[in-house]
Structures are given as C-alpha cells and as structure tokens.
Design a protein around this ligand. Sequence first.
Ligand code: SF4
Length: 206
Amino acid sequence: MDIYERVRTAVGRVVDSGAHLNAAKASETIAKKLGLSESMVQYTHVELRNVVYEPEYKQVPFNKRVLFLPHCARHSKKCIATSNGEGFECKGCGACNINDAIKIAKKLGYKKVFIVPGGSMVKKLLVKYRPKASVGVCCFDEAQLAFDMLKRTSIIPQVVLLLRDGCKDTMINIPLLEEKLNLINPKLIKNTKKKTTRKTKKKKKL
Ligand code: SF4
C-alpha cells in the first residue's frame, strides 16, 4: 500500500468513526500516527475536506464538471500557450504535464478545462459556465480558499494538490488527478452509454 492509500485509509477510518474533529486536528492526529512529512500532512488535510463532498461529487456526470489547472505548472521557458481571456490555451508542446491532464479530462468528457492564473479568474468562470462540480489543482493555501469559497455555493469541490508547488514550474500529480477525475457513480456511466446507444439507433432509422 503506498503512502497515499495509507492516508486515505486513515481518513476513511476517521470519517467512519464519526469523530467530530476539524480537518486540521484530524490531519495532525493521522500525521502523528503515520509519521507523515509536511506535504503529506497537507494532503491529509485536503483529503479530509474532499471526502466530505465525495458522495455528491460522484453523482455529478463528467459533462457537468470543470477542471481548473494552475498556469504556474506551465514550463516557464518553453511554454507556447496563448492567453484567450479565460486563462491560457495549451498548444500541447509536451514541455510540462498540463497537456496530459487536459487529455484525461477531455477523454472523460469534462465540460471545460481551464488553465488559470488565480482565484479571481476561477470565480468569473464558475459564474459564466455554472458547472455542478469543480476539480481544482493547486497549492495547499489555494485549496483552503477554494473550499471556503465553494461552500457558499451549490458547486461540489474536489482538490488535487500539486506534486511540486511554488510560483513557477510547478508540477501536477497526474496519477492522483486521474483518480479524482474518474471518481463517479458507475450507474451514471451506464446510463450515459444507454442514452448514446438509443440516440444512435434513432438516427439510423431516420
Ligand atoms: S504543454 Fe501546454 S501548457 Fe505545457 S508548456 Fe507546452 S504549451 Fe505550455
């Protein structure tokens, strides 16, 4: 079991126990038990907040979700992305792993993927596109702000922390992001497939 799985198991146990601990206290408790590094303590804290929304998040179809990626994950010297008024448009040069994240979300059918410079742009885009759920990749401080901002709305938040944070050349944790993007009630996928098949048959008749 890798360290992420161990933390998630510990988070699950805390939640199942029904203990009324806040996320900061609970992550401290888990950190002590597992001997976690600072970055894993932050991961634990974020997972404790993610887990609260997870049941609702799983009920949101992919096409009603948006993904926000941080512009600081672009390669600071080689990036050829252009600004389009809604953040940056990746040209897929492959110098950073933003392109991999976009491909995963698009393949699943996410409504929109944005590469954004900060929280004010995120707010503007949420108001414009009105998704039912929002997945954000960001640093720990921004994650707290995002959870606090979205708890006053009906949008379901999920956060994936950066693998390497800072102001530039940060790095997205692709395996963890992929897991988070894929989290869904399997019935929703079956229903979507059934609907698509029915539509295709109808078209053929015409
Ligand atoms: S993959 Fe996209 S975001 Fe990353 S450096 Fe290339 S153009 Fe920029």
